[in-house]
Design a protein around this ligand. Structure first.
Ligand code: PLP
Length: 335
């Protein structure tokens, strides 16, 4: 079955007369539970929830490994670190990876005796014989399958393109080995990093359109990158879907889609701010992967090694002609 079909059906229960396709969210702290707790699949809301189960089943079909859903992308990242790392262990983390994940290892794990090393994503600084966890947020499971490529963990912020409507915060981990899944489940229950049933249900509902959303977002990102490539104000344009991009070769080898994110630089902070203020359709926001096209001047946060004029843009699902027209009129303001 093709991806586009699988995401529509993923995790749905078998058809039953008079039942909805996707059952609504189950809101429950305690469940009715008389006698031996082992006699019930559901006991208490921090341990399990039927809405989580359906969503985890859906992602499992796509990831190819058992899935545990978490309250946020960072809760998922922290669960992998917490389930695996012990004092005396070493962790290698991308120096250009997600900022908060770097903060977590430096501010917490380094302080309890874990050796932290950093290396850029490009250049393949992975040692052999180690456990590999991939943050697959930008690609999503339809764009790249880390477990099939040999990783031990596939982690994602479902907050971004996977759910894609900018209306929730959520994360998940898929693990190759069932033993790791057990550790992740214990972590979730004992740390209490559990997602709300409403968010999980919204995520499952949104998953059905992942393929169509990504299709349009990636086509829009390419159209935007091609437009920007021809503009003299734009420097250091990056989009892995452009054949001239340094990451095009590796992306083509291991990804089935190039993703929604385009980055580029304008001439300094002021030019970048003027450009973003002049955009009418493109919304200013951090985060990415939503149906709404968004952009931000990344250096406003600090913490990432990017220039003051660096802009990260996430292509949404609007019509490409409208997006290119908006960027074009906004660039005219920069001159
Ligand atoms: C957003 C993001 C996270 C964290 O996700 P939250 O849901 O905000 O906690 C982790 N990794 C990457 C690459 C992200 O973009």
């Amino acid at each position: 079955m093709r991806d586009a079909t699988r995401v529509v059906r993923a995790g749905l229960p078998a058809p039953a007369q008079g039942a909805p396709f996707l059952p609504g969210p189950t809101f429950s702290g305690p469940y009715h539970l008389a006698g031996d707790p082992a006699s019930s699949p559901y006991t208490y809301g921090r341990y399990h929830n039927p809405t989580w189960v359906l969503y985890e089943r859906a992602l499992q079909e796509l990831e190819g490994g058992q899935v545990v859903v978490f309250a946020s992308g960072m809760a998922a990242v922290a669960a992998v670190m917490g389930a695996v790392l012990r004092p005396g262990d070493s962790v290698v983390i991308p120096s250009d990876g997600y900022y908060t994940a770097r903060l977590l290892v430096e501010n917490y794990f380094a302080k309890i005796g874990v050796e932290v090393r950093t290396a850029p994503t490009a250049g393949n600084a992975q040692d052999s014989g180690v456990l590999v966890a991939v943050d697959n947020t930008t690609a999503t499971v339809l764009g790249q399958r880390p477990l099939a490529l040999g990783a031990d963990f596939s982690v994602a912020a479902d907050t971004k393109a996977l759910t894609g409507h900018g209306d929730l915060v959520l994360g998940h981990v898929a693990a190759r080995e069932p033993e790791w899944t057990q550790r992740l489940l214990s972590w979730r229950t004992q740390m209490g990093a559990i997602p709300g049933p409403m968010e999980v249900w919204l995520a499952h509902r949104s998953l059905a359109t992942l393929d169509v959303r990504l299709e349009r977002m990636c086509a829009n990102a390419l159209a935007i990158a091609q437009f920007l490539a021809g503009r003299p104000e734009v420097r250091r344009l990056r989009y892995p879907g452009l054949p001239s991009d340094p990451a095009h070769e590796v992306a083509s080898r291991q990804m089935s889609k190039y993703g929604p994110i385009v980055s580029f630089e304008l001439n300094g902070r002021e030019a970048a701010e003027r450009f973003l203020d002049a955009c009418e359709l493109v919304l200013q926001a951090t985060s990415f992967g939503s149906v709404h096209t968004t952009a931000e001047r990344r250096a406003r946060w600090g913490g990432d090694k990017v220039s003051e004029g660096f802009i990260r843009l996430s292509a949404g699902c609007e019509h490409p002609d409208d997006l290119v027209a908006d960027l074009s009129q906004a660039l005219a303001e920069v001159l």
